[in-house]
Design a protein around this ligand. Structure first.
Ligand SMILES: Cc1cc2nc3c(=O)[nH]c(=O)nc-3n(C[C@H](O)[C@H](O)[C@H](O)COP(=O)(O)OP(=O)(O)OC[C@H]3O[C@@H](n4cnc5c(N)ncnc54)[C@H](O)[C@@H]3O)c2cc1C
Length: 402
C-alpha cells in the first residue's frame, strides 16, 4: 500500500499525476469512497465539475439502519452534526392515526450533507474541480484528461456521476430504463416552524388507490418543516400541474386528517417535482473502470433504499474489492467483475428494485392479487384502529382497572 500524498491536480499540468484510484463524481458515493480510501493511505484523485454541491432535492431522510452504515464506515462524526434527529413518528393510514413509532430517523439537506462530507475529506484527497474531457481505459492503466488540461493516470477509475450520462457514454456503457417515469418525488418546505407543528414527524399514507399517493412525510430539517411526497403520476399530467399551482388546496383535500396540525399545509417555498426512472446499466463489465451508486442503477425513493444501495457499493469496494485489486498488477475486467458479482452488492441492488416495484403495486396495482392484498391489509389495519379505540375507551371508563 502506498502512502504517497497527492496534491490537487494542478490546472494545465501536462505531467500526469499518478494515483491508485481516480474517482469521477463527488456526490454521496464518490465523496465517501474517496474519504475511506484516503484514510487507508491510498493515492486518490476526486473530480467533480462543481466546487459546491448544489442544494437540489434528493434524499432528505435516513432511517436507523442507513444511519448505522455511516457509523460502520466511521463517517458518523462527520454526518451527525448535519442531521436533525427525530424519534416520534405519527403514522396515519386510512385517514386515521394508525400508530406512533418511537424509532430514530434523521432529516437533512442533501447538498449540505455532501458539502459537509467534502469539507471533511482527508487533506491528501482534495477535490479537483474540473470536467473529464477524455478518458482512456485499459487492463493496466487508465488516463483522464481534464478540461483544465491536467492529466491523471490511475490504476482504476471509479465512475460515481449519478444520473449524468456524459462519462458513461464516453466509456461506452448504456442505461437501460426498466421502468420509465416510475414515480414522482415532490419536495417543499411548509411555512410552519417545527415548534408550531403538532407532530415532530408525520407519515400519512394515501387513502385510496385512485389518489395514486404512496405517502406524505413531514419532518424537521433544522428550523424548517420539510415535506416529501411520493406519487405514482406523470410530470406532465393535469394533476401534477394543479399540485404545482395549488399545493395547499390539494393537500387539504387529500389529507384533511393532518391538515390543521400542519399549519393547513401553507407552503413556504418552491415545490420541487422530480420524475424517477428505474434504470440499470449494460456493457459495464470492462477493463479498468467500475460504476457505482446511481451511475450503476437507480431505484425509487418511495421505499427509501437509495442511500443504502449507494453505501453498500462504497463499503464493499473500499473494504474488500479495491484492496484486493491493488494487491496484484493489472486491472482487467475479470477483477472488476468480482464487484458486480458480489452477493452483498447484488442483494442490495435487488432489494432496492424489488422494494421499488412492490411499493408501486401495493399502492395502485389493479390486478386481482394487488386488490386482494390492499383489501386484506386495510381490513386488518381498520380492525387494529377500532380495537385500539375500544381499548382506549375502556381505560378511560375504568381508570382504576387500567
Ligand atoms: C428526488 C429524490 C429523492 C430521493 N429520496 C431518497 C430517500 O428518501 N431515501 C434514499 O435512500 N434515497 C433517496 N434518493 C436516492 C439518493 O438520493 C441517491 O441514490 C443518491 O443520492 C445517489 O448518490 P450518488 O453519489 O450515486 O450520485 P450523486 O449524489 O448524484 O452524485 C453525482 C455526482 O457526480 C457529479 N458529476 C456529474 N457528472 C459528472 C461528470 N461528467 N464529471 C464529474 N462529475 C460529475 C455531480 O456533480 C455529483 O456531485 C432520492 C433521489 C431523488 C432524485
Amino acid at each position: 500500500m502506498s502512502s504517497q500524498k497527492v496534491s490537487e491536480v494542478p490546472a494545465g499540468n501536462t505531467e500526469p499525476t499518478m494515483v491508485d484510484v481516480a474517482i469521477v463524481g463527488a456526490g454521496m458515493a464518490g465523496t465517501t469512497l474517496a474519504t475511506l480510501l484516503g484514510r487507508a493511505g491510498r493515492r486518490v484523485a476526486l473530480i467533480d465539475p462543481h466546487q459546491t454541491h448544489p442544494d437540489e432535492f434528493r434524499a432528505e431522510k435516513l432511517g436507523t439502519g442507513q444511519a448505522r452504515l455511516f457509523e460502520k464506515l466511521g463517517l458518523d462524526a462527520t454526518v451527525q452534526p448535519l442531521m436533525t434527529p427525530m424519534d416520534d413518528i405519527h403514522v396515519f393510514r386510512l385517514g386515521q392515526l394508525f400508530s406512533r413509532e418511537r424509532r430514530l430517523e434523521y432529516g437533512f439537506s442533501y447538498g449540505a450533507l455532501i458539502n459537509g462530507l467534502r469539507a471533511a475529506l482527508p487533506h491528501q484527497v482534495p477535490l479537483t474541480v474540473a470536467k473529464v474531457a477524455e478518458i482512456t481505459t485499459g487492463p493496466d492503466k487508465q488516463r483522464l484528461v481534464l478540461n483544465t488540461g491536467a492529466i491523471i493516470e490511475a490504476r482504476l477509475v471509479v465512475v460515481s456521476t449519478g444520473h449524468s450520462e456524459a462519462l458513461r457514454r464516453a466509456v461506452g456503457v448504456r442505461r437501460i430504463e426498466d421502468s420509465k417515469a416510475h414515480s414522482l418525488s415532490i419536495g417543499f418546505d411548509l411555512a410552519i416552524a417545527p415548534g408550531e407543528c403538532a407532530f415532530q414527524t408525520v407519515t400519512c399514507f394515501g387513502r385510496r388507490a385512485e389518489d395514486r399517493i404512496a405517502y406524505l412525510s413531514v419532518f424537521p430539517i433544522g428550523g424548517t418543516m420539510r415535506a416529501n411526497m411520493f406519487v405514482y403520476r406523470q410530470a406532465g399530467e393535469p394533476w401534477t400541474k394543479a399540485f404545482r399551482k395549488e399545493p395547499q388546496k390539494m393537500l387539504c383535500e387529500l389529507m384533511p386528517e393532518i391538515a390543521a396540525q400542519c399549519g393547513n399545509f401553507k407552503v413556504g417555498g418552491p415545490v420541487e417535482i422530480r420524475p424517477i426512472d428505474l434504470t440499470r446499466t449494460e456493457g459495464h463489465r470492462r477493463d479498468g473502470v467500475v460504476f457505482i451508486g446511481d451511475a450503476f442503477c437507480t431505484t425509487c425513493p418511495t421505499p427509501g433504499v437509495g442511500i443504502e444501495r449507494v453505501m453498500t457499493d462504497v463499503d464493499q469496494l473500499h473494504s474488500l474489492h479495491i484492496p484486493r485489486w491493488l494487491e496484484t498488477p493489472g486491472m482487467a475486467a475479470d477483477k472488476i467483475c468480482a464487484f458486480y458479482d458480489d452477493p452483498v452488492k447484488i442483494a442490495a441492488d435487488e432489494n432496492g428494485m424489488r422494494a421499488s416495484y412492490y411499493a408501486k403495486a401495493i399502492t395502485i396495482g389493479t390486478g386481482l392479487e394487488w386488490r386482494i392484498r390492499r383489501l386484506r391489509n386495510n381490513t386488518a389495519r381498520q380492525l387494529m384502529i377500532v380495537g385500539r379505540k375500544m381499548k382506549h375507551l375502556g381505560q378511560r371508563r375504568s381508570p382504576g382497572l387500567a
